[in-house]
Design a protein around this ligand. Structure first.
Ligand code: IVH
Length: 674
């Protein structure tokens, strides 16, 4: 493809993505599914990777200038970002309205009622419709410039467009960045599955994401922006009211709150507030109240400010959903990846109409931060429908008998040692294959295609087999044929499925040493490392006997992985499982001898289209010669095999001085070993 064709394809994708974003965020009417959106997004990303010179400034993938920063620049706001006064009940709300009425005698006042987003306030600068800067609120006078992170927010327009009005030369928009509830829950679930740190609430998640110096991390977080005001506009756009401002912002491409009202009286404001408080759990975003603004912009001007707060607006907060209770006990739950999560068992307490008796404390770091002890009195807090959390410990109420929390030394499920590598937030059970809590993941991994390759078991039957107590550990898979009758009791499992399952289990017994190592699911040991271990040690006996020093000499095995491998083979229960697997008949041909692995430990990369053989075949040949085939160029890359239409990898290799072979040269090169 020539550059013009590439750019036109990119433009088409960018426009399509922008349309769908608009439909999703602004119109609230998704026009395609998330997965379809992702497909378009990935197609654009792939094009950009292949043709980095053609990347468009307004791309939603935002690789442009997406350099990690060492720190954020500070910037003084031309128009300060002020705060709002608060009211907490009807009486205070009416007093707010009375004060406004007194200053606007004989005038009718309408109120604009908006959601009070619980996120982070930011200011956005658009010059001739192009987003040039995003700055945090900071202390209201000076904030941090976080433009690159801001640009990664999907629903935030990078270029303004409108069918109905001219685009101003300068527009400064104020609004809130937050993480919608669904995205927050998904992010936490993913992090939990990966054994990474979870966030206590959407606000923390949004704040943490915006403060990332590497915009690629921010890009991976599901953030959204909601506009609620205009700080500057040149030339002035004719607007009479706050609600007209919101409508105009929306027309320019900004999302605004999914609910907002104009009320003719303060009684109506109270009713709107009560309605939204009811509807709060069904809103897509977290809110902590409503913002009540005098709707007429002229009246706003007349009212002005009292010190740092407008007289024309106030925040009407929802009643705090917090209550005091005591911590009876702390349990440690073991997740599917072995991560240990502390859960406080509370004296049951009603918080915002829901009884709370358990609350997660996330990790040992959070326990230390809160300094929570068993017996302590704590405030438990619920915001919207999001998971409750401990807000603070009341040290005044701490009894002498309060017991500090310590990380257990042994897994509460399987009693294996608990490990917490330095610099990591999470403690883990080292029980691996043996730990019941980790069994389902261990089984899914064990049977996966690149491990023992037992078709159907992982996706279809694993859960039922666990329920029937047929799989205590992975070695029981090879005894399933002894339980045909029980297998037939599983829903949808007929004679034929049983036979298929048993056949594929039987077929899996003949494997390779590398696949077997990979199947064991040792931490840090992926496919490539498994192959290197197989090449280096040749036999299970040798691998089992290897000490950390010997393991470290294996290409691809660093200090930490070496420790993990050694730990794995030191654990008695892992050895038992491995022995049972071998006894069940798992076997493999001896790996290719090291003397016949001329490329042992070398890292190769293949890119572009190979015409004589598929990339898969080329990969297998290289692996058989002892090389590891990697997806990206690094300083360790020995050689790049570049087929037709090689893109950015070829450029990168050339820049880095990595040796490059054409397909013809590669074929000739491997000839000598065949
Ligand atoms: S208007 C002069 N509207 O509340 C200040 N603020 O306490 C005008 N906030 O930091 C602010 N939702 O980030 C406004 N719909 C909304 C809002 C909102 C949330 C935040 C804002 C500010 C804080 C003020």
């Amino acid at each position: 493809m020539d550059n013009i064709a590439v750019i036109s394809q990119m433009r088409q994708l960018i426009n399509l993505l922008a349309q769908h974003n608009h439909a999703y965020y602004v119109m609230d009417q998704p026009s395609i599914t998330d997965s379809e959106y992702d497909q378009l997004f990935h197609q654009l990303k792939a094009l950009e990777e292949q043709y980095p010179d053609c990347i468009q400034a307004d791309t939603p993938t935002n690789k442009v200038g997406g350099q990690a920063l060492s720190k954020f620049e500070n910037m003084t706001h031309t128009v300060p970002m002020l705060s709002l006064g608060n009211v907490f009940n009807e009486e205070e709300l009416f007093a707010f309205a009375r004060r406004a009425e007194e200053r606007l005698p004989n005038q009718q006042i309408q109120y604009d009622v908006e959601l009070k987003f619980d996120g982070l306030a930011i200011s956005l600068w658009y010059e001739n419709g192009v987003l040039v800067r995003g700055v945090t609120r900071g202390d209201g006078e000076t904030g941090e410039v976080i433009t690159e992170n801001i640009k990664t927010i999907r629903n935030l327009p990078k270029i303004l467009s409108s069918d109905t009005s001219a685009i101003p030369e300068l527009l400064e928009v104020r609004g809130e960045v937050l993480m919608p509830k669904a995205g927050f829950e998904k992010l936490n679930a993913e992090n939990e599955a990966k054994g990474e740190k979870t966030f206590a609430n959407p606000r923390n998640a949004a704040a943490g994401s915006l403060r990332q110096l590497d915009p690629n991390i921010a890009a991976a977080r599901p953030l959204a922006f909601y506009a609620y005001g205009i700080a500057q506009c040149e030339p002035m756009h004719h607007l009479n009211t706050m609600s007209e401002s919101l409508t105009w912002l929306n027309q320019l491409g900004f999302a605004v709150g999914e609910r907002h009202f104009v009320c003719d009286s303060i009684q109506d404001v109270q009713a709107a507030y009560e309605k939204i408080n009811q509807e709060r759990p069904s809103l897509s975003v977290e809110i902590d109240g409503m913002v009540i603004k005098v709707n007429d912009l002229k009246q706003q001007k007349q009212l002005g400010f009292l010190s740092r707060e407008p007289r024309w607006a106030t925040a009407y907060k929802f009643p705090a959903v917090a209550a005091l209770t005591t911590v009876d006990h702390i349990d440690w739950q073991v997740g599917r990846t072995g991560a240990l999560t502390p859960v406080a068992r509370l004296n049951p307490v009603a918080v915002g109409g829901v009884t709370i008796s358990n609350v997660t404390l996330h990790n040992i770091g959070e326990i230390h931060r809160l300094d929570v002890r068993i017996g302590d009195t704590v405030s438990v807090y619920r915001s919207g429908d999001v998971i409750p959390k401990v807000e603070k410990v009341w040290l005044d109420f701490r009894p002498d008998t309060a017991i500090p929390v310590v990380l257990p030394e042994c897994c509460p499920v399987c009693a294996s040692p608990v490990v917490m590598p330095e610099g990591e937030a999470l403690a883990r059970c080292s029980g691996g294959l043996y730990c019941a809590a980790q069994r389902i993941e261990a089984i899914r991994h064990f049977v996966s295609r690149k491990a023992m390759d037992i078709e159907g078991l992982g996706d279809r039957w694993a859960e039922s087999l666990l329920h029937l107590d047929l799989l205590k550990d992975v070695s029981d898979i090879y005894h399933l044929h002894e339980h045909r009758e029980k297998l037939l009791t599983i829903e949808k499992m007929g004679e034929k499925s049983v036979q298929n399952l048993i056949d594929s289990i039987e077929n899996s017994k003949k494997t390779t040493f590398a696949n077997f190592i990979f199947a064991l699911g040792i931490r840090g040991v992926g496919e490539n490392t498994s192959r290197m271990l197989s090449n280096t040690f040749q036999t299970l006996e040798a691998l089992r006997a290897a000490d950390v020093e010997a393991l470290k000499k294996t290409p691809d095995v660093g200090d930490i992985t070496a420790e993990w491998i050694a730990d794995f083979f030191q654990a008695e229960h892992n050895l038992e499982v491995v022995n049972r697997l071998i006894e069940a008949g798992i076997h493999w041909d001896a790996p290719i001898a090291p003397s016949r692995q001329p490329l042992n430990g070398e890292s190769w990369v293949i890119t572009g289209t190979l015409s004589q053989m598929g990339r898969e075949e080329a990969t297998q040949i290289l692996q058989a010669l002892g090389a590891r085939v990697s997806g990206s160029i690094s300083s360790k890359t020995k050689c790049l095999v570049a087929g037709e239409k090689a893109g950015s990898k070829l450029e990168k290799a050339e820049k880095a001085g990595v040796k490059v072979m054409t397909e013809a040269e590669f074929l000739e090169f491997i000839q000598q070993y065949q």
